[in-house]
Design a protein around this ligand. Structure first.
Ligand code: PLP
Length: 360
């Protein structure tokens, strides 16, 4: 049998049908595609961090529960005292653990569309059904449509990114409360962009036993670290924790995470700067009357270019050394849409200037 036939025979059809998560090369580019914090650490902080790494004993396995990192995260993310927490190698790993805990072929993962692609991707890997409920005009969560879909599909787990990626908006919190009350399964509020929004469901955990809240330090300024947190009802988390591989957080990750969060004021200040820059970037985009600019509570902005021009604008920006995200063709509601991450002021200015050349 040829290798090709063997692969066809052995690899699960769901995997064959998938496309791998693609990360485009960005060397030498102004990188405004991946919601990274554009600021690096001040030199004195970097030096102090390197000192803490000297004490790490790499011949030993890490602390399996990362207890002291848990303690720092619990207080810096205002996790309610009654809630349990699990740490993951990025929140992507926690999404995978949640889905693996409930996965079975006749069960469904439900999320609004468009949203973060990992929910669908991991549902596919585990052989679950996926139900995407289209968002309404301006990407709002439509109460009747969502509640109807929940009653019909009885999803094992619902994912709501809050704020949503790639649209940037916060859903109506009243609709989310209705979903929490109506759903029999788990409801995961993915708060990856919490540092840039003034809204959270973290304090609601004691009210709902089916509410899980996801956080990550990636968008705050530690994307290279891979550290996420899941908070929720202890009995649920006890089950989900069984799917965690031992030692999922390495010693370097644990020590660095703890050090960084002990200096969280540095990152909070950077988040404040990013929010200010977001306002300026939105104003700059709105000045082009050909564009539709969507409101954002995150560190990126979604905008729509004139019909049929997204690929050309994206390619033109790339030609000028600026990488953003082209969403055209990824979902019906994202026709002609591009997404730009808020960068440093000079990066945002370079982006606006290049965009002006292309569409002005
Ligand atoms: C970026 C992002 C994540 C992934 O975060 P990691 O912690 O880096 O894995 C999760 N959810 C949403 C909605 C995101 O946009």
């Amino acid at each position: 049998m040829s290798l090709e036939d063997k692969i066809k025979q052995l690899v699960r059809p769901a995997i064959q049908a998938m496309t791998a998560y693609h990360v485009p090369p960005a060397t030498g580019m102004i990188k405004l595609d991946a919601m990274e914090n554009p600021w690096s650490w001040p030199d004195d902080l970097r030096a102090a961090w390197l000192d803490t790494l000297r004490g790490v004993e790499l011949n030993r396995y890490p602390d399996p529960s990362a207890q002291s990192l848990q303690d720092v995260l619990r207080s810096s993310m205002n996790v309610p005292a009654q809630a349990g927490i699990i740490l993951g190698n990025g929140s992507d790993e926690l999404i995978q653990m949640i889905i693996q805990t409930v996965a079975a072929p006749d069960r469904t993962v439900l999320a609004p569309e468009p949203t973060f692609v990992m929910y669908r991707q991991i549902a596919a890997v585990t052989g679950m059904n996926y139900c995407g409920v289209p968002l309404g005009p301006d990407f709002t969560l439509e109460r009747d449509a969502v509640l109807e879909a929940i009653r019909r599909e009885q999803p094992a787990v619902i994912f709501l990114a809050y704020p949503n990626n790639p649209t940037g908006n916060l859903f109506d919190s009243g609709v989310i409360h209705d979903i929490l009350s109506c759903a029999e399964g788990l409801v995961v509020i993915d708060e990856a962009y919490a540092p840039f929004a003034d809204a959270s469901f973290m304090s609601e955990i004691p009210r709902y036993d089916n509410l899980l809240v996801l956080r990550t330090v990636s968008k705050l300024g530690l994307a290279g670290l891979r550290l996420g947190l899941l908070a929720g009802n202890c009995e649920w988390l006890e089950q989900i924790d069984k799917t965690r591989l031992p030692y999922n957080l390495g010693s370097l990750n644990q020590v660095t995470g703890r050090f960084a969060l002990e200096h969280k004021t540095v990152f909070d200040e950077q988040a404040r700067q990013i929010r200010a820059a977001r306002g300026e970037l939105a104003t700059g985009l709105q000045a082009f009357e050909q564009l539709v600019v969507y409101p954002s509570a995150a560190n990126f902005i979604l905008f729509r270019v004139p019909e049929g021009r997204a690929d050309e604008v994206f390619a033109g920006l790339k030609q000028s050394g600026i990488l953003i995200k082209n969403l055209h063709g990824s979902a019906p509601a994202l026709q002609d849409c591009l997404r730009v991450t808020v960068g440093r002021p000079e990066e945002n200015a370079a982006f606006l200037a290049a965009l002006g050349e292309l569409i002005g």
